[in-house]
Design a protein around this ligand. Structure first.
Ligand SMILES: NC(=O)C1=CN([C@@H]2O[C@H](COP(=O)(O)OP(=O)(O)OC[C@H]3O[C@@H](n4cnc5c(N)ncnc54)[C@H](O)[C@@H]3O)[C@@H](O)[C@H]2O)C=CC1
Ligand SMILES: O=C(CO)COP(=O)(O)O
Length: 387
């Protein structure tokens, strides 16, 4: 009797706004891929919702629906008739969008990865090391992972990307996916693009088959680290764009901040990774397109606007406004500043430095313009000296 090849199995680690949206896509795609098992386990950071476990809610209602929407108001000047302005509402985490029934919520991450050949990691970057410690020793030796996280890490070896951190702990190949991808819009199946960074062309085809949809167009490139740097660093630029919105300065000013931010992203990525980075990566969805969408429609932008309007610190606004969703941008601004400051090169990154100081050192949001007349004309990929 011919022995049948065991099927590939997908596990998703993380069930926030983007994790749940990715689960909708993957759950529907595996059902059409004969090489994949139909069941997709998703690790859920367990929470109690109206006396019920979130995992039970997902497994019975097939929706990541939580305790309602948060509304956030700012005070409006007394001369206006309405006392408050609604600034934002946030859902926890993806109500209104059914998850496919083959997506099975599991509260134990080590249990969730058991037997998985394809591991999708999609949690806020501040929680990555704890999660990896939990699953270490429980993954298959032939498993591979893909990171959907937008963030970087700092260690005594310098700056590390999420794929490097995951690879270091699990010793498996790791790719990444990043793009102009505001999760709610994708859950509504509005057309967009994304970029997969994968160094192995055969693996890239498999990852693409798990994610590609008519409304979610995947392009694969080999420059893993370039894709990741774009995804992490654009969140700092979005904080800057939010400051401009909070100051009410308009579109031209915001465009200037986006342009300079984009050039600082390129400069930092080139300095750290030199010839490994490919110029073309910045033209992909993960590059310029993601900077634009996040600077207009993202959470980092919105809370930076609220920071200026309310004077409250970012971490407080995150608690008050996001209803459990998390920010990456102000943390990344802190991590990048500690790196460039340690290298003595803050003068080469005036925008990143100003954004850090506004977030953490009580400087006025108007100081965002200080020292921005930097010459980027000599920034050429592959020729820049490492920091
Ligand atoms: N939401 C979006 O539009 C997009 C998000 N991303 C990235 O995806 C990553 C995950 O973000 P989202 O799915 O949006 O999450 P989210 O911000 O919507 O939700 C936060 C998640 O963190 C979990 N959590 C809370 N405390 C935790 C802890 N101590 N340990 C582990 N998990 C904990 C929560 O249960 C929840 O699942 C981030 O790096 C983000 O930048 C990337 C593209 C789009
Ligand atoms: O990464 C994103 C869009 O591509 C989402 O950005 P925010 O985390 O700022 O919402």
């Amino acid at each position: 009797m011919a022995s049948s090849t065991p099927k590939n199995k997908v596990c998703i680690l993380g069930s926030g706004n983007w994790g749940s949206t990715a689960a909708r896509i993957i759950g529907s795609n595996v059902a059409k891929l004969p090489a994949f098992d139909n069941d997709v386990k998703i690790w859920v950071y367990e929470e109690m919702v109206d006396g019920k476990k979130l995992t039970d809610i997902i497994n019975t209602q097939h929706e990541n629906v939580n305790s309602g929407q948060s509304e956030y108001f700012t005070d409006t000047p007394a001369h206006l008739s309405t006392p408050k302005t609604l600034l934002a509402t946030f859902d926890r985490y993806l109500p209104g969008h059914k998850l496919p029934e083959n997506v099975i919520a599991v509260p134990d991450a080590a249990e969730a990865v058991k037997g998985a050949t394809h591991i999708v990691v999609v949690i806020p970057h501040q929680f990555i090391q704890n999660l990896l410690n939990t699953i270490h020793g429980h993954t298959l030796p032939n498993a591979r992972a893909i990171s959907l996280i937008k963030g970087i890490g700092i260690s005594n070896q310098g700056m590390t990307t999420m794929t490097q951190i995951i690879h270091r702990t699990l010793a498996i190949p790791v790719s990444c996916l990043s793009g102009a991808n505001i999760a709610n819009e994708i859950a509504e199946e509005k057309y967009c693009e994304t970029t997969i960074g994968c160094s192995d062309p055969d693996e890239a085809i498999i990852w693409r088959s798990l994610f590609n949809k008519p409304y979610f167009q995947v392009n694969c490139v080999s420059d893993v680290i370039g894709v990741e740097f774009c995804g992490a660093l654009k969140n700092i630029v979005a904080v800057g764009a939010g400051f401009i919105d909070g100051l009410g300065l308009g579109n031209n000013t915001k465009a200037a901040i986006i342009r300079i931010g984009f050039l600082e992203m390129r400069r930092l990525a080139m300095h750290i990774s030199g010839a490994q980075i490919q110029e073309a990566t910045f033209n992909e969805s993960c590059g310029i397109a993601d900077v634009i969408t996040t600077c207009y429609g993202g959470r980092n932008r919105l809370l930076a606007e609220a920071f200026v309007k309310t004077g409250k610190p970012m971490h407080q606004l995150e608690q008050e406004m996001l209803n459990g969703q998390k920010l990456q941008g102000y943390l990344t601004a802190g991590e990048v500043f500690s790196y460039i400051d340690g290298c003595g090169v803050t003068d080469h990154f005036p925008l990143f430095t100003n954004i850090y100081q506004i977030c953490y050192e009580n400087r006025s949001p108007r100081s965002i313009f200080d020292g921005l007349n930097v010459d980027f004309s000599q920034d050429t990929l592959g020729t820049m000296a490492p920091l």
